[in-house]
Write a protein that binds this ligand. Structure first.
Ligand SMILES: Nc1nc2c(ncn2[C@@H]2O[C@H](COP(=O)(O)OP(=O)(O)OP(=O)(O)O)[C@@H](O)[C@H]2O)c(=O)[nH]1
Ligand SMILES: [Mg+2]
Length: 439
């Protein structure tokens, strides 16, 4: 089943032909010498072919680079009508929401979790008609509720989790041996792949659906005065307070944020690209660092597969030394299975952007830049872009797709390549085999 009309260019995003007036490039103001001196490898070394060590797919870098390039070549020769469903991204069927603010994606949250306190025990003495001192009848309090996290399908981020979570208190004991009710456990749903850390140590990893983690246990209910009755003391005037619930401060983070992360310099057009290929609404503007938090959009394919693509804040030279937005947001990149480097082809020497980006990722975490990746040469509608693209091809030996995110051009091959990359990155975990391109 193919919903997209064959041989028609898929035009997503805004199709306004507004004149775009160049931008200030931030990275040109940074001193390259200072930063490169701190690492063992130079940015240039990154692009040279070398043996991979840290690919998530298990394939060597050369293997999946060759496969992706072969795939792209096949894609150019194959008419769109003959593409397998899995490579055909569906157009947005619904219009974007009119919510006043676009919500960003939360993949990290510090949470204080406190179990509910137990109910207090009761001091009471029974007095009935005809028997004034019928003995103690103060009952026990109920137990406080646990705070439990449960992994469920269908949730993607941690935005619904507040920074302070308190379990319910147990009911106090009553007279006439009426025990207080136990409080209900507070079950908070989290996405699959949520990791809980306590003082930097991983204490729980909820990978499977339905997996639960008791983050803080509730306190036990206090005993009522009946409990303290002894042969010696038949009328004890003593009862217990309910126990306090446990209290911990967890770092909650997602192991995987998205299938694909868009990496690029500020103003490269990452947010524009995400808007073009999904219904996400990250802000787009012609000044650097417009995006300050990651945004995730979904691409739907004709075989009903959904793929999450994350727009990650812009990266500049020296990011690993806390330049620009610092390195805290680099951890978002760790949580993407594949990387899509977005370069601004209208700028002079665009391949240098790629060198810097890969270098920064390597400096942050060895092997990070080697995850299955491809390059998008964006802004092909601008003057000089075509000329620059030819030069880029001579400098970059990676799968490269020229697009214009603003005009919505060449997005079909890009989305097919993304699917191909993502399938490759998960093949080893799931054992799903690839559908070959029609020959
Ligand atoms: N002509 C043209 N302009 C584009 C294209 N893609 C993005 N732009 C423009 O480039 C500017 C920056 O785009 P953004 O999508 O905000 O860039 P970004 O990479 O998300 O930037 P940060 O959020 O700052 O990292 C905007 O003015 C866009 O309209 C394109 O394909 N062609
Ligand atoms: Mg942006």
């Amino acid at each position: 089943m193919s919903v997209v009309a064959p041989n028609l260019p898929l035009c997503c995003g805004r199709l306004t032909r507004a004149v775009w007036r160049g931008q200030v490039s931030v990275f040109r103001h940074c001193s390259r010498e200072t930063n490169t001196a701190q690492g063992n490898i130079s940015p240039k070394d990154i692009l040279r072919p070398y043996k991979a060590t840290g690919s998530t797919s298990g394939l060597s870098r050369e293997e999946w680079l060759d496969k992706s390039k072969e795939f792209l070549k096949g894609l150019r020769e194959c008419p769109l009508s003959e593409l397998p469903d899995k490579y055909i991204a569906l157009r947005r069927s619904k219009s974007r929401a009119h919510a006043p603010k676009s919500t960003h994606f939360l993949d990290y949250q510090r949470v204080r979790v406190v179990g509910g306190d137990g109910g207090d025990g009761c001091i009471s003495f029974l007095s009935t008609f005809g028997k004034e001192f019928a003995g103690p009848d103060g009952a026990d309090g109920g137990n406080g509720g646990h705070v439990v996290f449960k992994a469920v399908m269908g949730l993607r981020d941690l935005g619904h989790i507040s920074s302070y979570i308190q379990g319910d208190k147990g009911e106090g004991g009553g007279n006439r041996d009426c025990h207080g009710a136990n409080a209900k456990d507070l079950v908070i749903q989290v996405p699959l792949g949520t990791v809980f850390k306590l003082e930097g140590r991983v204490v729980a990893n909820l990978e499977e659906e339905g997996a639960m983690f008791v983050a803080a246990r509730g306190g036990a209910g206090g005993k009522g005065n009946v409990f303290f009755t002894t042969p010696v003391d038949q009328a004890p005037r003593v009862a217990e307070f309910g126990g306090k619930g446990e209290s911990f401060c967890y770092e909650v983070e997602l192991r995987t944020m998205a299938d694909v992360g868009l990496i690029g310099f500020p103003n490269a057009g990452k947010s524009t690209l995400l808007r073009a290929i999904s219904r996400a609404r990250p802000k787009v503007a012609s000044y650097p660092f417009t995006t300050l938090n990651p945004h995730v959009g979904m691409i739907h394919y004709a075989d009903h597969h959904q793929m999450a693509v994350a727009d990650i804040p812009g990266l500049i030279e020296g990011a690993h030394c806390n330049h620009g937005l610092g390195f805290t947001f680099l951890r978002h990149i760790e949580r993407c299975n594949c990387l899509l480097y977005v370069i601004d082809t209208s700028q002079p020497r665009p391949w240098e952007q790629l060198e810097v980006l890969m270098y920064e990722l390597e400096q942050y975490q060895e092997g990070l830049s080697l995850r299955p990746h491809a390059v998008v040469a964006n802004k092909m509608d601008l003057p000089d872009a075509q000329e620059n693209l030819e030069k880029v091809r001579t400098h970059i030996d990676l799968p490269l797709v020229p697009v214009s995110a603003k005009m919505g051009e060449q997005l079909v091959p890009l989305m097919a390549l993304l699917r191909f990359l993502v399938d490759h990155s998960v093949t080893n975990h799931t054992g799903v085999s690839q559908t070959p391109l029609p020959t």
